[in-house]
Write a new protein. Structure first.
Length: 362
């Protein structure tokens, strides 16, 4: 029986997304159909709209989501009808070299798949789905390894945030940088991921968590997430950070924007021997320039954090437990609860740097 659904579709780079009626494929063996209950508006989707990331088009947007399993194919064991599940946009295959090395976030099967064909328009044109999901839609069909069960009492809106922003930001602190109690941290860029970094750093016991953004309107959100200080980004940012860290610079800097300019700013704001973690995903042609002498003499470490360097099957249930126990608070992250038809406006708001996370609720 053919299933129909509404999804937010962008036809080509730079075009305005719109809601369209589409046809889902049959679920098939080892796949599940999920009725989406909540989906966060993530910057990666905006990058697919404006062409920073160029998947195939037309494209059903959305990847940070949670929902209810409504149908399961043959041999599905990870979830049953009625389960609340978080969607995983980069499900590890568990058999490639990276997975067997204990690095499922670098899975060679799922990494780099910006889109996959999955469904058609009513006039028969095949559509792609963002990051293998296309979660700005009433329903999705996905392989069973792309769903992770969480308790019903967690709530779909909070569960959706664990799918991408919270896992990415928290993992950058816990897994990549391994922030320790008493260390100082600067976080540049205060979207959903950056605020998650702030919260995780504070929870790790960082003595100073300095939040940085171009918009002074982010100050209250930063403080709600646990920042000890807020700074409006400027050309004198490194001096501002040093004045707050005994003249040395921060032990850790997290760049959550994905631009060469802010990566350099994070580098300069970090002390000698400190760690710079790039969490934001930038453009292929935006090159970062650092002098060979600076790299040598500063003894800083520069690395990225892909999907929080987390084993999603382990990390997402653990994060759910932290939320339910009160260890991790996410209420401040959801600044707007919207309808599916409001997604294009949410992208415009995000491009202006407003709010933290808009969440689509069904």
């Amino acid at each position: 029986m053919t299933a129909y659904f509404n999804g937010v579709v962008v036809r080509e780079p730079g075009a305005r997304p719109s809601v369209a009626e589409l046809r889902l494929p049959e679920i098939g063996r080892g796949r599940v159909r999920v009725r989406i209950r909540a989906a966060g508006v993530c910057h990666s989707d905006l990058s697919m709209v404006n062409g920073t990331i160029r998947p195939a088009y037309p494209l059903v947007l959305g990847h940070e989501a949670a929902g209810e399993v409504v149908e399961a194919g043959e041999h599905v064991t990870r979830a049953a009808v009625g389960d609340l599940v978080v969607l995983n946009w980069q499900p590890p295959c568990r058999t490639c070299w990276f997975c067997r090395q204990g690095e499922p976030w670098l899975c060679s099967t799922s990494s780099g798949a910006a889109s996959l064909a999955n469904g058609v328009t009513l006039d028969g044109v095949p559509v792609q789905v963002a990051l293998g999901l296309g979660a700005f839609a009433d329903q999705v069909v996905a392989p069973e390894n792309a769903v992770i069960r969480v308790p019903q009492s967690l709530g779909a809106d909070v569960a959706a945030l664990l799918s991408c922003g919270v896992l990415t930001g928290t993992g950058a602190v816990r897994n990549t940088a391994q922030v320790a109690a008493g260390e100082s941290v600067v976080v540049i860029g205060l979207g959903g991921v950056g605020l998650s970094v702030v919260a995780a750093a504070r929870a790790a016991g960082a003595s100073d968590v300095i939040a940085v953004d171009v918009s002074s309107a982010k100050a209250d959100l930063a403080l709600a997430a646990g920042a000890t200080d807020f700074v409006v980004s400027s050309d004198t940012l490194s001096k501002e950070i040093r004045s707050r860290t005994s003249g040395r610079g921060a032990d850790h800097a997290f760049e959550c924007v994905g631009r060469s300019q802010t990566i350099r700013a994070a580098w300069r704001a970090t002390r000698r021997g400190g760690k710079v973690t790039v969490v934001g995903m930038g453009a292929n042609d935006d090159l970062v320039s650092l002098s060979a002498l600076d790299i040598f003499s500063s003894s800083r470490t520069l690395r990225s954090s892909v999907y929080g360097q987390a084993d999603q099957d382990v990390a997402i249930p653990s994060l759910a437990s932290d939320v339910m126990s009160g260890v991790l608070k996410l209420d401040y992250l959801i600044t707007d609860r919207i309808k599916l038809s409001d997604v294009p406006l949410a992208f415009e708001q995000m491009a202006r740097g407003e709010g933290a996370r808009s969440v689509v609720l069904w």
